[in-house]
Write a new protein. Sequence first.
Length: 72
Amino acid sequence: MNSRACITPARHVRDSLSWMTQQLEIIFGELGIVQYLNAFIDQGFDSWETILDITESDLYGNHLMAHHSNGC
């Protein structure tokens, strides 16, 4: 019997997303904008590659910066 845990594709994806989220949390923390991380992830910007492709309309059109403009 194999003693290694079986890694299912779903678990692999979940683990990868968790790793990406942790990396984004580090980057956002270094930039001093960690408070916006969940808003970016909720809008589908869940990897550094997708964040690098953000346009100004993404920031304002998708309300990513709504909290910032409201002074929150």
